[in-house]
Structures are given as C-alpha cells and as structure tokens.
Write a protein that binds this ligand. Structure first.
Ligand code: GLN
Ligand code: ZN
Length: 754
C-alpha cells in the first residue's frame, strides 16, 4: 500500500520572514512589483520542495498569499467593495483593500476562528458583479507543475466565505450564495479542462462552529452542485479546529471525494465515522497550531481505531490544520536538549510522512522501529524532566484553591470610596503610554548588553518621571507608570517567569506582513522575583495620587503563548495565577492599592463549540479569582478587556468579581453597554471614550457627548472615564491633547451633575 500524506497548508511568510521584508520594501516604494513577485516565487518553490523532498503526496498550491486567504477569495470572486472599484492596477487594488488608501478605509480585519491569525472581512453589496478571477490560482498551480509537483488547490469554501462576510445593508450573506456558487463552478470547469483529477481542498472551518440549521441545510446541495460540474475534479471538504459532525452527515449524501477532519481538537469526530462511506478520510492528527512533537504511539492508536470503521485504503494521514499557524522550523534554534520535545512546520511534515509510513506498511523496518522507540523515550523523559516539573509548584498546587475576595462587592465599594476619595467619574488610562523608537532601542540595547543595567534603569525612570508629571499636569485621577519596560504585555511576564521559553525564529503570521513570536510555556510556571513592584513603587514615589499596578492575567498569557499540552490549560492557568497572586501580595506590601489585571484575550479564547464553553469559563474565571483573591478589601482590583460585546458573557464577567472593568466602547457607543444595565451589573465600569486606534483627537465637546451618552446607561456613581485601550501606538502629541480634552470633559460633566 502506498503512503498517503496530506499537508493542509504551509507557512507563507518564509523561514526568515522573507515575505514580510519584501512586502514592506514594496509598500515603501523601495522595490518593484517584479522584485516582490520574484521573492514570492522563490518562497513558494522552497515551500513546495520542503514537502516534496520529504515525500508528501498531497501538497497545496494557493496556500500562499500576499496578505490573506480570505482577501484572495474575495478577489477571486471579484467581490471588490465599491470604494475600491475604480482602482485599475490589480496589485494596487489588492493592497489598497488590505491596507486602505488616503480616501478609502481599509477593509476590516478580525481573528480567524480561535487562532491569533487575522483575516480580512469581505464586504458584499449589490454593487458587486461576481465573476471569476482565477489568475492567481492557475499561475501558482502551473508554477508547481513546472517543478514536477501536481498540487491540490486550496480554496476557502463558499459557505465559510459567505458566513464570514459583512453585507452593506445587513442582508443575509446567503442571499449571495447563488452568485458566488456560479463563480466556484466556473473555476471547477476551468480546472477540469486544465488537468484531469485535480484535487480541490475546500476549506470549511465554519462547519465546526455550532452550525445553524440554515447553514446545515445548505451543505449537501452546495457541495452536490459543485461535484456535478465535472467528474474529473476531486473535491475534498476540509474542516479544522474542532469537530464537524453535523457537516459530515450532510457531506456523506454528496459525491465529494474526501472529507478532512481534525482529530486533535475535535476528538468527537470519531462519532461521525460511521457516516462516511466510499470517501477518502483525511485524518488530521498532527497538530497544526501548536509546537509539540507528535506522540507517535498515540497517533498510531488513533489511526488503528479509525481503520476499524474506514477502510485503510481510504485513509490519508494529515496535519490537523494549516501549518500557517506554527513556526517554520526548529533549524537554528538553540537549547537542543529541550527542542527534541518540539516540532515546528517542517518537523510536522516529517511526522505526517513517518506516521503514514508506519501505518500503511505491512512490516516495520528496523530503522522505523528505532525511531518509534526513540519517540516513546522522549515522552517518558519529558514526563520526568526537571526542566518541566517543579516540585515546589506541584506542592503548592494542591493547597492553592479558588477563594472569594474578602467581603462582597458592595462592602468593598464603600471602603474603597472612603479610602480613595476619588471624584465622581474618576479618570484613568489603561496602562501604556507612547512607545517611541528611542524607547524600543533602549530596551534592545539593554537586552544586547550594549548599555549597563544602571543606564537602562535611569532612562526607564526618566520615562516614568515624564509620564507621571504629564498625568499630574493633565489632572488624571488614577495614574499609571506607562509600561516603558514592556515590549509586549505577555512577553514581559514570560521572560520573568520560570517555565517559559523564547525562540529565535519562531515567527507566526498575525496579519499581512505582521508576525508574532509567541512564547512557549513548556514547564511549571513560577515567579522567582517580583516582576513589577520596583517600577510601580518608583512611579508611586513620584506622586501623591494613586498609582495603578499593572499585570497581565492568566487567560491572556495562555492565549497569546503556545501552551503546553501535557497538562490542561486549567492547570497552566492555575500556576500563572499563583505567580500573579504573589505579585499582588508584594504590590500591596509596597503600598499599591489599585491593581489592574488585564484580560485582553479573555473573550477570544472562547471555545468554538458551545459544549466546551462551561469548562473554559470555569478555569478562566477561577484563575482570575485565584490571582486576585489575595487583594485586601481596600485594594481595588481593575481588569481591562479590549472589546465591547459582553452580551453572551455578562454573568461570567460579573463572577470574576473585579471592582472595576474598563472596556472598549468608543466606536460602538451605548448599544452594547445596555446589557450592563439590563442585567443590573453592579460593579464599576470604565467604558472607553477615546478610540486609541485612530490618530484623531476628539474635542472636549465630543468627549462630553460620549460621557453623557454613557450616563444614560450607567450609574454616575459607578462610572469611570478612560480611553479604549493602552496608548502605546499613539504619539505623545496625540496623547497629550486627547487626554487633556478627556479630563476637561469629565470635569465639565461632573460639575453639571452636582
Ligand atoms: N495595559 C495594557 C496597555 O495599556 C493593555 C493592552 C491591551 O489590552 N491590549 O498597553
Ligand atoms: Zn485593550
């Protein structure tokens, strides 16, 4: 039996972020379209060869993108929003849609399911005339063909595409289904003419997100109609990130050639196997979005179990998602002893091929047996490793339980009011102040040892001095130190805690040319020394006003890292909570009585399946409470979240029992705030009144209108006035003017209330 191997998709940014660099040069006008294209062509070639030379059978084309695959799909369908329709040059048009122009706002971007990748949200309106633009697809297919590789073609399926679209007048995106399907059919007809037996990977991750009955009702008809275009096309519908059992039932009624399921994050897919007859099953079992080595024995067990229901000749071994979501390769990473536990993109290709070889071969070669044993050994050693297990952390875990804050909110509220004596509508900011190029250089110099600790600290203190003086001058009520020592709200804490690891080149695309290098949580987490106390107490010593301590919460740290998979996220969160609670104890000892624990990623961490929400909420809330329950009643705990829609999670937010929550509402206004009123939310709220994503400076009047509007929904005794989020991306000039106006407006409204 031949080995059957499938890679859902591969990195596009390149081993050394070549695409990022090429794009940024091009955008700056420092290179030509041809130069950009030639970098892209080289990257595609290299990425195909990485797979070919390792023996992958189903390699993708069209997994490359200059910006984003949803944007590519919009272009393929000619779904160009009217504000861009006059742009003639196709490259200019493409990047204008992604990044905006002087007169046309960029298309919106949002997170791709529960990953940290952002896609461009397509916009549909009656002004669009759908027609096929297959140039990119055919070009890339031919490019690979010339290299001797017959690729499968990756496409975003029509149902996922439409489900994620915005429509101009709020109409149901499915009203466009027929028009969109016509274009897909034209593409299939074209492919059938071009090459017989082309495999088309239709990605339909929307099927895993509790599909509505309307969506389910469209699956069979949509795919059957696509199958009927030509028997020469092999259509594989691929899902990932969760189980897709409802869709499997529907797809099994059609003539699709294959179905791709994720068995890493969607183990419930096992229950759908009996539905699948006479189709290929693309078995996603190498985690596409984490960094851990595959446990071969476990995977082989799973393959065996599946083969009890699906004939072996119909099974294909695959990654469970595109390798877009994990770093490129381990090559060039230090810490060789630790890195045997890891597997990045290239190593995951090797895993897929090896698993397939083992599974399909009648008898195992000695060499393969040896590899299998080595893998087994690695996992045994890992479990015992002193790098991973910290006895002190383990011991403490047992007795560290969720406690409630002392006293209930109303009692704390009274005490805090008396103690802080803040005015009505107190003003504050979310934490960071402008991060200038000099500041970034300063941190880099310190990291590279080109300046001394003393010089570094002196300059950070100078920044804090300036920041404190400015806030006093403006008249803010609760001050912050400005976060000059932090490159990133997760990385900063990761670097100071045990159990975290930072890669050299572990870049992952976040959006367009932007890449992030998430820390890896590989072992038990602890905090050897205070992480923020010296900076915050220094800042407090410079003012008689209240200085707000600033921490990042467990959920956000986990969601923006690669978390270990040998213990549950709940346990990792608990360990981080222990470390944070130690920090809070120390902050209190140092006289800090207002402490903010940011949970920016709380909402985006929600599971894709409803049945898993409860479990997530349990550990997410518990870990927050574990961290903050050491706070005395007179210590005010703030939390901050970067969004505005709390409709589904209001009771969960309430149960976190923070004294104050600051949120993002400058763009959305009152509508989404109403839920707080409707549910009689009792705690204090700081609804954002300044959109920090925009360079625009609202006038005093505009701030007043915003504040008064909020008071229609929120109680004046429980409301704070603050920006939407941290100010680090803004300039000092913008921040000074905007905050001055904000404070003035708060003062005006305050006076009118007396
Ligand atoms: N305290 C952080 C800051 O102000 C919060 C950032 C965030 O919520 N993303 O930068
Ligand atoms: Zn925020």
């Amino acid at each position: 039996m031949t080995n059957k191997t499938w890679i859902t998709g591969f990195s596009r940014i390149g081993e050394n972020r070549e695409l990022k660099k090429a794009l940024e040069l091009f955008w700056k006008g420092k290179s030509s379209k041809e130069e950009l294209e030639s970098v892209a062509k080289e990257l595609r070639k290299k990425h195909w060869q990485e797979q070919k030379m390792r023996g992958v059978e189903y390699i993708s084309s069209n997994d490359f993108s200059f910006y984003d695959h949803m944007l590519d799909t919009a272009v393929m369908l000619n779904a160009i929003p009217s504000r861009f329709q006059k742009i003639k040059d196709s490259t200019t048009l493409y990047f204008s849609m992604a990044r905006g122009t002087k007169d046309a706002q960029a298309m919106e971007m949002t997170k791709w399911f529960n990953t940290n990748y952002h896609y461009i949200v397509p916009e549909l309106s009656p002004s669009i005339s759908f027609k096929l633009n297959a140039d990119k697809i055919i070009k890339e297919y031919n490019e690979a063909f010339e290299l001797g590789i017959e690729t499968k073609i990756n496409l975003i399926g029509p149902l996922t595409f439409l489900s994620l679209c915005k429509t101009e007048n709020g109409e149901d995106p499915f009203t466009y289904l027929d028009s969109v399907l016509c274009v897909y059919k034209e593409l299939l007809a074209k492919m059938a003419k071009l090459q017989a037996n082309t495999v088309l990977q239709f990605e339909e991750p929307i099927f895993v997100r509790n599909p509505s009955s309307i969506l389910i009702s469209k699956i069979a008809s949509t795919y059957q109609s696509l199958c009927e275009v030509s028997p020469k096309n092999k259509i594989a519908v691929v899902t990932y990130f969760e189980h897709a059992t409802e869709a499997v039932k529907e797809l099994s009624k059609t003539d699709v050639w294959g179905i791709g399921l994720d068995f890493v994050y969607g183990s419930y897919n096992m229950s759908a196997l009996s539905e699948i007859r006479n189709k290929k099953l693309i078995v996603g079992l190498v985690d596409g979005r984490n960094v851990w080595a595959n446990d071969y024995e476990e995977s082989l067990d799973l393959l065996e179990k599946i083969s009890a229901e699906i004939p072996k000749e119909n099974m294909i071994v695959s990654t469970a998602a595109s390798l877009l979501h994990c770093p490129y390769s381990l090559k060039g990473e230090p810490h060789k002893d630790l890195y045997q536990w890891f597997s990045f993109g290239v190593e995951k290709i090797v895993e897929v091929v090896f698993l397939s070889e083992l599974f399909f071969s009648e008898n195992r070669s000695e060499k393969n047996e040896e590899r299998l044993n080595k893998n087994k050994q690695i996992f045994i050693e890992k479990r015992r490793s002193r790098f991973i297990t910290d006895d002190n952390v383990q011991k403490r875990m047992g007795s560290f339980i969720t406690k409630e804050r002392p006293m209930d909110f109303n009692a704390r509220y009274k005490i805090q009011r008396e103690k802080f004596n803040l005015p009505l509508l107190p003003t504050t900011t979310i934490g960071s102040f402008p991060q200038t190029a000099e500041l970034r250089q300063l941190r880099r110099d310190y990291k590279n040892n080109t300046i001394s600790k003393h010089d570094y600290e002196t300059q950070i203190k100078a920044y804090i001095d300036e920041c404190v003086a400015l806030q006093e001058e403006i008249g803010l009520d609760v001050l912050v130190h400005g976060e000059p020592e932090r490159n990133d709200m997760v990385e900063y804490f990761g670097e100071l805690m045990q159990g975290f690891l930072f890669t050299q080149k572990g870049w992952v695309q976040s959006y367009g040319s932007r890449c992030v290098k998430p820390p890896i949580i590989f072992g038990d987490v602890s905090r050897p020394y205070p992480m923020t106390v010296p900076w915050i107490s220094y800042a407090q010593s410079k003012t008689s006003k209240k200085m707000k301590g600033m921490l990042t919460g467990p959920v956000t740290i986990i969601n923006w890292s690669f978390a270990r998979n040998d213990i549950s996220k709940a346990e990792v969160a608990k360990q981080i909570a222990m470390a944070l609670s130690d920090e809070i104890v120390d902050l209190q000892k140092a006289g800090i009585s207002i402490i903010q624990v940011d949970e920016a990623a709380f909402k985006e961490g929600y599971p894709l399946r409803k049945e898993k929400v409860q479990e997530y909420e349990n550990w997410a809330v518990e870990s927050f409470k574990m961290a903050v329950s050491v706070a005395a009643p007179e210590t005010q705990i703030h939390t901050h979240m970067c969004y505005s829609d709390f409709n589904d999670i209001i009771h969960t937010i309430e149960s976190m029992d923070a004294d104050v929550i600051t949120i993002e509402t400058a763009r959305s206004g009152n509508k989404l705030l109403e839920i707080f009123k409707k549910t009689h939310y009792e705690h204090e709220i700081g609804p954002g009144v300044y959109d920090i994503h925009s360079p625009r400076i609202p006038s005093v009047e505009e701030f007043e209108t915003q504040i008064k509007m909020r008071l229609e929904v929120l109680s004046k005794d429980k409301m704070w006035v603050n920006p939407d989020c941290g100010l680090k991306t803004r300039s000092w000039d913008e921040v000074k003017s905007a905050l001055k106006n904000m404070v003035q407006a708060a003062d005006n409204v305050r006076r009118s209330l007396k």
